[in-house]
Design a protein around this ligand. Structure first.
Ligand code: NAP
Length: 260
């Protein structure tokens, strides 16, 4: 296993499982953790899509396997954790990143769209974490990072998504309370506007040009630009390092300002 970043390199070669890592923020985190020296289980709905990320990591000299699994499905979650543990080793780092949006104003939102968002973000993080925590508590070392969002603070048209992302913050703080004594930390990263397929799909739904939308959004972001998946991966990398062992139960907004 190779590592290009000696400062962030794990002292022990840990095994990370990153959900929703076929693309976007999850793929950037998977690549970053691999460069930090971790073996990575790339988990996404479509195994072929997961394989693209895993193969790219292997080509860079890292270790990775690809798994197709729906994180909101209890059996899939257990299978994914078991497979990563069997092929790479005990899962001591879990990134709950898989996510979907089903935006609509409250009066038009269907129960199906409410349930879909709750199931992927909240049920998914719950069943994945419950499956992985056994490896972490046994190892007396673990790192859990949950992807929240600035939408947790409220966002028009996202009553389902904002509730799920706020829920993940409470979930994170409770994990920190329960698992701290086992050397396991849990933190949430709450991104603002990050350039991915998710934000591109939102632009399409709103009928606005994505590049124009980014320029307009940048005017309201204190650092004057939208974020990249690598901006989020850098924070996740720190939270998963040995150096972050005293950081737990926190929500870190990564939004180019206090909120955007
Ligand atoms: P993305 O580009 O849409 O990628 C999400 C990935 O998750 C996709 O590959 C998707 O697979 C996968 N996924 C969806 N449902 C899944 C399930 N049930 N099981 C396994 N994988 C599943 O999204 P992103 O922008 O990278 O966002 C990553 C995370 O950051 C999400 O939790 C999102 O809510 C959060 N976030 C994003 C932003 C932003 O501005 N982009 C801001 C704040 C928070 P399919 O393609 O097959 O659906």
């Amino acid at each position: 296993m190779t590592s290009q970043r000696s400062g962030a390199r794990a002292e022990v070669d840990h095994v990370a499982l990153v959900t929703g890592s076929a693309r976007g923020i999850g793929a950037a985190i998977a690549h970053r953790l691999a460069r930090d020296g971790m073996a990575v289980g790339v988990v996404d709905l479509d195994r072929e899509a997961s394989a693209r990320t895993a193969n790219a990591i292997i080509e860079e000299g890292g270790r990775a396997i690809a798994i197709g699994a729906d994180v909101s499905d209890e059996a899939d979650a257990t299978r994914a954790v078991d497979q990563v543990a069997a092929e790479l080793g005990p899962v001591t780092v879990l990134i709950n990143n898989a996510g979907i949006i089903r935006d609509n104003l409250l009066f038009k939102m269907s129960v199906d769209d409410w349930d879909a968002v709750m199931n992927v973000h909240l049920r998914g993080a719950f069943v994945m974490t419950r499956a992985a925590q056994a490896h972490m508590t046994q190892a007396k070392w673990g790192r859990i990072v949950n992807l929240s969002s600035t939408s947790a603070l409220g966002n028009r048209g996202q009553v389902n998504y904002s509730a799920a992302k706020a829920g993940l913050q409470g979930f994170t703080k409770t994990l920190a309370l329960e698992l701290g004594k086992f050397g396991v930390t849990a933190n949430a990263v709450a991104p603002g506007f990050i350039e991915t397929e998710m934000t591109r799909a939102t632009a399409d739904r709103l009928g606005v040009d994505f590049d124009d939308w980014k320029v307009a959004a940048s005017r309201d972001i204190p650092v004057g630009r939208v974020g990249t998946p690598e901006d989020i991966a850098a924070v996740a990398s720190f939270l998963c390092s040995d150096e972050a062992s005293y950081v737990s139960g926190q929500v870190i907004y990564v939004a180019g300002g206090p909120k955007n």
